[in-house]
Design a protein around this ligand. Sequence first.
Ligand code: NDP
Length: 242
Amino acid sequence: MTDRKIVLITGASSGIGAATARRLAADGHHVVLGARRVDRLAALAQEIRDAGGTVDHHELDVTDVDSVRAFVALAADAHGRIDVLVNNAGVMPLSRLDALRVDEWNQMIDVNLRGTLHGIAAVLPHMRTQGSGHVVNVASTSGHRVDPTAAVYCATKFAVRALSEGLRQESQDIRVTVISPGFTHSELADHGGDPDVRAAVQAATKQLAIPASAVADAIGYAIGQPVNVDVSEIIVRPTAQG
Ligand code: NDP
């Protein structure tokens, strides 16, 4: 590792975000962890330090633009630059549209879509001033196809892919990468949504899912490329996923 980057990761308290923090810290990058569960972040930060890595962690709610701005400002003040933002935080409470679980629709829009935009808004001024940077947005295979019970979740992930492409087209000096995982072991299917749908997703995850480290490896690959190489999207999913 020769190129040590300052990497901010949202949703770093579990699953793909935590695995990404471990992988990037092991690669020699300085990782800045954000999520709401600060106790989980503190434990992960200690684990990373014990393994020889360098890390900060801060409470973060990506639905609150001021929280995201403060998270980015703390990192910029401490390190003088922001090299990479991994917009990873996400929620997936699935249900049929006619169940009218409107609060959960709004939660998915607020975390998955607005949260990603808040991250972009907070880092872009720094990256434009630096004349370099890298935004990694975690979308999904659900950003490529729609399935029953997943309409709103898919809509947010299609939107993440769309805004990533727009950002890429507008950026000559900032790299933009979409990471689209399929079924991955994490806590994503443990919260909210229709209980029957949740049980079905948990069963499919148990049977099929790849480890979160496989997705982290894809993120590590994209970040590790030379600055003139933009890895625009990586889809990483179980071989047996239909
Ligand atoms: P997890 O539930 O394990 O992790 C989700 C993370 O998002 C947690 O760290 C959680 O932290 C954080 N988060 C949720 N709400 C907020 C918020 N308001 N502010 C800040 N952080 C928040 O799931 P995954 O690791 O699977 O999810 C990571 C990403 O991967 C998501 O974008 C998800 O959509 C995507 N993905 C996952 C797939 C899978 O099969 N697992 C497949 C395709 C995509 P906290 O609660 O502490 O705030």
